[in-house]
Design a protein. Structure first.
Lengths: 213, 98
């Protein structure tokens, strides 16, 4: 870390050092320390669980009706628990930025919209319609796309495109491909992306540890 | 010959400049985060934050987060203006090399 003892230097070297210090600190302030990759992995697994459950116990009305609400309730509970544990483990050291709040807002509102949409479709028994399934994939694509634009993160932009392609493909392919498309989206767009994000977070933390050492 | 601009002595201190540069990219940050990022000590950072507060460049707010006391700092509009002026002065002194 920089030596902060010298206070009032005005030589050219001092001024150049000030410029370098500002650049380093601005970049440091923008570096995100939020751990979010696990949330994608969690929701990928949570969304695959009811599909697996229905495959294991086929032709059961009870499983068909309740597997999704139970899985979503479990997902919400696990996410809140995980976030509470992470908050407790990390120190109180934190910063909040407009960018961070924007990303959180995008995903929170996407989650809420998807949940309300899902609840409406389930209650009205219209969840089987192809447009319902396509819209769900589009919601996730929109959240990924918005997040990618805010973060200027190409990898997430690619993931958004994959979700959108899946949503469009559902309109053109027969309903029997729904499961394959859904499972592929979950494996690549949720679990795969989440694992990639976790790897990046781990690498950033290691780099930060080296800088602070 | 044009007169060389003066650098704001409050901002020119390295630790204070580091803190302002960190705060410029975030809405608010707590004392511990600033201390960790700058690698300074509690005492030194506390003293420098007081100088920035007295100059009106940062605003401080104390509250409790999960029963732990937390001191949050945010840059004021005057602080942003002063930092922008400082950067402009630096640019002129370095001959537009920035």
């Amino acid at each position: 870390m920089a030596n902060f003892e010298a206070e009032g230097g005005t030589t050219r070297d001092d001024l150049v050092q000030r410029v370098a210090l500002m650049e380093t600190m601005i970049a440091e302030g923008r570096r995100s320390t939020i751990r979010f990759g696990w949330i994608f992995v969690l929701w990928g697994l949570i969304d695959l669980a009811p599909v697996g459950w229905q495959l294991v116990v086929p032709h059961s009305d009870w499983v068909e009706i309740w597997s999704w609400p139970i899985a979503i309730a479990c997902g919400v509970a696990i996410q809140f628990l995980g976030m509470a544990i992470l908050r407790r483990r990390s120190s109180v050291a934190c910063s909040s930025s407009m960018r961070g709040r924007s990303i959180s807002a995008v995903w929170a509102m996407m989650g809420l919209t998807a949940m309300l949409y899902f609840a409406g479709a389930m209650i009205s028994h219209k969840a089987w319609q192809i447009s319902f399934a396509a819209a769900m994939l589009m919601f996730v694509g929109m959240a990924h796309g918005t997040s990618a634009l805010i973060l200027r993160w190409k990898a997430q932009g690619v993931v958004a495109c994959v979700w959108w392609i899946g949503g469009i493909a559902l309109f053109f392919l027969s309903y029997r491909y729904w499961l394959q498309i859904f499972a592929s989206e979950m494996c690549f767009g949720m679990i795969g992306f989440g694992l990639y994000a976790m790897w990046l977070e781990r690498r950033n933390r290691a780099a930060e540890g080296q800088t602070n050492a | 010959m044009p007169e060389l601009p003066e650098l704001d002595p409050v901002i020119h201190g390295k630790l204070r400049l580091a803190v302002l540069s960190l705060l410029v990219g975030v809405e608010e940050a707590d004392f511990t985060w600033l201390r960790d990022k700058t690698g300074s000590t509690d005492g030194n950072l506390g003293a420098q934050m007081m100088k920035l507060e007295e100059a009106g460049y940062v605003a401080m707010q104390k509250h409790f987060a999960e029963r732990k006391p937390q001191t949050l700092y945010r840059m004021t509009p005057a602080g942003r203006k002063a930092l922008a002026k400082y950067v402009a002065a630096l640019k002129r002194l370095l001959g537009g090399a920035l």
